[in-house]
Write a new protein. Sequence first.
Length: 332
Amino acid sequence: MNKPTIATLASHSALQILKGAKEEGFKTLLISNIKRDKFYERFNLADDVLVVDDFKDILDDKAQKTLNEKNSILIPHGSFVEYIGGRELLKLNVPMFGNKKVLEWEADRRKSYQWFRKAGIKIPHDFLKPDEIDRLTLVKLFGAKGGRGYALVQSEKEFNEKVGTFDPEKMQLQEYVLGTRFYPHFFYSPLEKENELIGIDLRYESNADGLPRMPADFYMPPTYVITGNIPIMMRESLLPEVFDLADRLVEKSKELFSPGLIGPYSIELVCTDKLEMYVFEISARIVAGTNVWMPGSPYTYLKYGKPISMGRRIAMEIKRAQKEKRLDEVIS
Ligand code: AMP
């Protein structure tokens, strides 16, 4: 492959991805639509813009041809799965950074939990039926955006009152773990065979984070729509366990969907007052929480001695893979 162009969709963490690519000397291409074009122009980070009506249109032959003519490597982020879909992306014939197969494992909650269990990591307890509920439980609806429609219940009686009929195909009864949340961002380098901690954030969620400002007798079911992200550092003594979780997930991913996780991913966890960590979700690509660590985080400073964002770390891996003729190890 001649010098690749780093391409992504105009959304989510696109600015960081384009900036990182430019810092590493790549040409950049932004797939945008009329509505978003003006906003992205303000930052002047895209050398080229491919305008589509709908992000799904990148599946069309014409768009794929254009992307391939420009030697594009697509960098997937949350909007790829949201607007195009994990399964649809498998049909795309444009090189993509990372392992496309993993997007299906993150999109399907049952598959992710299978992965966590096999990796031997602690997860919140799952109740199989409402009559098993014996503690604070979050009723999660599969595919609910921002947790809209989730309910908090403490017993079968409360489940019947607040939710009604139980449908195991549509909902999960998950123990609510009380503690503090952390969303560590990792980068697994197949070239170095190493897991790197790039940063950690805390999601700012509406209305869950707005409710404590209300009077104590005010009740409203919490929603978890992400409206922003806050940078956070974890107690240093807790970090070895976080690395252990990450190593287990990567090792198991190699067995479950070879070659496994490649590049950026984020673990979503709650840490209790007993300092036990429970993982409740994984994002198997760059998360928007990495945006808080531009141009770099304390962790990347410790490792590299210079500012390295997740966007730049991705570009560094592609640059090295190309130089060592190992691009096939980092794209799919
Ligand atoms: P999810 O839909 O799984 O991404 O969850 C949305 C939000 O609900 C998370 O970002 C957390 O704030 C919270 N949450 C999810 N699962 C749990 C859990 N088992 N215990 C406590 N909080 C949770």
